[in-house]
Write a protein that binds this ligand. Structure first.
Ligand code: CA
Length: 233
């Protein structure tokens, strides 16, 4: 991959220049947009690898920008916002954001999230050129065609729902999936009370997938928000 291109969408000059300086230390290329309209235009013309998105912009809400971009692009979007309520995070993630960072953020945390997003870009383009019928992530392997799951070379037996959950997380590796999104994809029509049964299924899946379920290597919990499959090299 060439130098990663990052689009910074931020109307606060101080924050934009902090992010820009941080990206310069990593030799990343970047452009800045201060409004929602210019963010959408730059997303089309600059074609960034990752977008860093502030939600509070003068002309448009960030969630609206996510929906617009998701209509035609799968590029990773990391929300960087002062809004810290779970409901704000869930709204942005449900609209299709990949990840969420609350201001004030640490520069190291920002770079770590960016690396995760860039790995997803690399993985997606690699996957397009390969046969996408086998998923491999560290010691976890899913053979989609055969419907089999292996951990460190040994087949593990999942129930149909556990298997659906594992595949959904695997296909979105690196991305935070909200409870609502998972319920909709796996069960069709979610209600609030289903979140509790989702937790139970996740606990069962973890017992099978994780060597130490209390210290998960694969499935990360985002309390009040959802789950994410972590990428292993
Ligand atoms: Ca703002």
């Amino acid at each position: 991959m060439n130098k990663p291109q990052i689009l910074i969408v931020e109307d606060d000059n101080a924050v934009a220049s902090l992010i820009a300086t941080t990206l310069e230390t990593q030799d990343y290329q970047y452009k800045c947009a201060k409004t929602g309209a210019s963010a959408v235009m730059e997303a089309l013309t600059y074609k960034p690898d990752v977008m860093l998105l502030d939600l509070g912009l003068p002309d448009m809400d960030g969630v609206e920008i996510i929906s617009k971009i998701r209509a035609w692009s799968n590029m990773p979007i990391i929300v960087v916002s002062a809004r810290s309520e779970d409901s704000d995070k869930v709204m942005a993630l449900d609209a299709g954001a990949d990840d969420y960072l609350t201001k004030p953020f640490s520069v190291d945390e920002l770079l770590a999230r960016l690396r995760v997003a860039l790995r997803r870009v690399r993985y997606d383009s690699q996957r397009l050129s390969e046969e996408a019928s086998v998923y491999e992530n560290g010691g976890l392997k899913i053979d989609y065609a055969a419907g089999c799951v292996f951990l460190d070379g040994e087949e593990i037996h999942l129930t149909p729902i556990e298997y659906k959950l594992a595949c959904l997380l695997a296909k979105n590796t690196g991305k935070v999936l909200t409870h609502n999104y998972i319920l909709k994809e796996v069960w069709g029509s979610p209600t609030a009370s289903d979140v509790q049964s989702l937790r139970v299924y996740m606990a069962m899946l973890r017992k099978k997938l994780e060597k130490d379920p209390a210290n998960p290597q694969y499935i990360q919990t985002h309390i009040g928000i959802g789950y994410r499959m972590l990428r292993h090299q």
